[in-house]
Design a protein around this ligand. Structure first.
Ligand code: UDH
Ligand code: NGS
Length: 388
């Protein structure tokens, strides 16, 4: 029979255990422990190859980083392998996320979406180039994950959004050419990541640093069952140094609409005497934010014919003939937003309009000079007539 005394003994033993557990939680770091318990109860995600991948919070490890001290000159180089790297990242898309909240989570990111590790001199300077139009919702999520992902890798980095103005057919590859030139004007980046807005990296060991040859980073996407869809696939996310980029004359300017431009870029790599490198399938994992084909980005019916001619066209079309007009450059807290008029197949300037018939003559109040390209309605014109 249990008497009153032993009841109290049990009670104090229970209390003692509670105190020990609480002390352990406190000592080991609250965040880390909570994550650990969450992971135990979360349903594990299964990779296609049977491997179980359980990701952690992309913001774990970063909270202790504080603002840089004034004398950056005496700072040591960052270690070869960042101690902040933790492997798989848990990616989900919670409703109600705002850019302001992403900004609050990333207090060390400065104007224009720039970052330098506060406690060491980074060994790498990486620019992220994101082609964009009407995907603000995706951009928010990408920024939420990409900023801490890059910080964990102890990179000096900048994020550039290259926003196609107007409603004319989208041109992903030409926007990348614009991004390359405009980013290189600002800083001597040693690596450029060309990054779709809807792809979220799921493992921070996927290094956002260039290789000795062009790298295809998004090799294992969830929508392809975490496998490469075909051997020459070069879409989604790729990384080139400025030397690689110029050696292959950049990307093609003439793929308007969906499809084929990434294959053309892949072919250019080998035509320029280089080859594609890739991370492992375990590390090059991405989750795609699901969406349908956008308005203004119809499937390009000419893409197969164009692809068949890449060997003849790559030296004639690319960085050496890219024409565009910068409409604005904004240094937002989380990214640099470059809005650009890339024109149409007919060129930067629209073809001349037929003269109005007398009956339809313009009213006197009409502007004397029509807009240069009626497809493009610039809302913000800060750096006018910046034709590259
Ligand atoms: N993008 C935009 N706005 C657009 C179109 C494309 O921002 O209107 C950018 C964005 O960065 C996007 C990238 O260009 O991630 C690639 O475009 P995409 O996402 O449409 O291409 P993806 O091949 O998806 O990833 C296509 C989905 C349906 C294709 C069906 C054809 N079989
Ligand atoms: C190929 C396209 C690529 C595209 C890839 C994946 O067929 O541009 O599919 O598409 N090439 C051609 O059309 C010539 S996806 O499944 O992401 O819609 O990137």
């Amino acid at each position: 029979m249990i008497n009153l005394q032993s009841k109290w003994r049990f009670f104090f033993m229970f209390l003692g255990i509670q105190l020990v557990v609480m002390a352990l939680l406190y000592r080991e770091g609250y965040q880390k422990r909570v994550n650990y318990f969450i992971r135990i109860f979360r349903k594990p995600e299964h990779g296609r190859n049977g491997s179980t991948v359980v990701g952690g919070d992309v913001y774990a490890n970063l909270t202790h980083l504080t603002r840089a001290h004034a004398h950056r000159e005496d700072m040591p180089y960052c270690p070869l392998k960042s101690p902040l790297i933790a492997g798989p990242i848990h990616v989900n898309f919670p409703s109600g996320l705002s850019l302001a909240a992403v900004h609050r989570k990333n207090p060390l990111v400065v104007r224009g979406g720039r970052y330098r590790p506060p406690d060491c001199e980074s060994r790498h300077r990486t620019a992220i180039i994101i082609p964009h139009r009407h995907r603000e919702h995706h951009l928010k999520f990408l920024l939420y994950y990409l900023h801490p992902f890059l910080q964990r890798q102890q990179l000096s980095y900048g994020i550039y959004i290259i926003h196609q103005a107007g409603n004319y057919t989208f041109n992903r590859a030409k926007l990348m050419n614009v991004g390359f030139r405009e980013a290189m004007k600002e800083e001597d980046w040693d690596c450029l990541f060309f990054h779709d807005v809807d792809l979220i990296p799921e493992d921070d060991r996927n290094s956002y640093v260039c290789d000795s040859n062009p790298k295809h980073a998004a090799i294992a996407m969830d929508k392809f069952g975490y496998k490469l869809p075909y051997k020459m696939y070069f879409g989604g996310v790729s990384a080139l140094s400025p030397e690689h980029y110029l050696k292959m004359n950049g990307f093609p300017n003439n793929y308007w609409g969906w499809g084929g431009e990434d294959d053309d870029i892949g072919v250019r790599v080998s035509l320029a005497g280089m080859y594609i490198t890739r991370p492992s399938l375990k590390v090059g994992r991405y989750k795609m934010i699901k969406h349908k084909l956008d308005q203004g980005n119809d499937i390009n019916p000419k893409r197969f014919n164009m692809l068949a001619k890449t060997r003849q066209t790559w030296k004639l079309d690319g960085m050496n003939n890219v024409e565009y007009q910068i409409l604005s450059r904004e240094y937002n807290p989380l990214y640099t937003n470059i809005t650009v008029n890339i024109g149409t197949e007919a060129g930067l300037k629209a073809p001349p309009k037929p003269l109005p018939t007398p009956a339809k003559a313009l009213p006197k109040s009409a502007p004397k000079e029509p807009a240069k390209n009626p497809e493009v309605t610039p809302t913000i014109l800060k750096n006018k007539s910046n034709v590259a």
